[in-house]
Unconditional design. Structure first.
Length: 139
């Protein structure tokens, strides 16, 4: 087998989309917290005093994002509406260079901004994924 080089990529050009509309000036997108619940099914017949475990439910976790805060931008203003109305919405993360797209339904659980004298003003949020995220490879 011949090594043909790394397939790693930089995130520049990725997009966070709410119902097909790209949220402006995103600087970071991060998925975390995905996990599988495990229950203990150890019983009197378990061999060698070892615990036995059974997987049950999957949790897709959360998407955290950061953006440069642009007051009056309609895509960023829509985020506050999502939060205020506790809306379950369709979201997408479009990877750069047509590498693919993650689609999922989520609630916006945090929507915060940070104003600082010595840095650019920022906006941050967290999406709680509900259901199964789906990855569609690019072309």
């Amino acid at each position: 087998m011949t090594y043909t080089g790394s397939k790693a990529f930089a995130g520049q050009g990725a997009q966070l989309q709410l119902a097909g509309t790209t949220v402006a000036e995103i600087t970071k997108i991060q998925r975390s917290g995905s996990k599988m619940d495990i229950v203990d099914v150890t019983n009197m017949d378990s061999i060698g005093a070892y615990r036995e475990k059974l997987p049950t439910l999957l949790d897709a976790g959360d998407i955290s994002f950061d953006a440069l805060y642009i007051p009056g931008d309609p895509t960023q203003q829509a985020l506050q509406g999502q939060f205020d109305n506790r809306t379950l919405s369709a979201w997408s993360i479009v990877l750069p260079n047509t590498l693919g797209t993650w689609t999922f339904n989520a609630y916006l659980t945090t929507c915060d901004f940070d104003l600082s004298v010595d840095k650019a003003s920022t906006l941050s949020g967290k999406l709680a994924i509900t259901g199964k995220p789906v990855f569609t490879p690019g072309v």
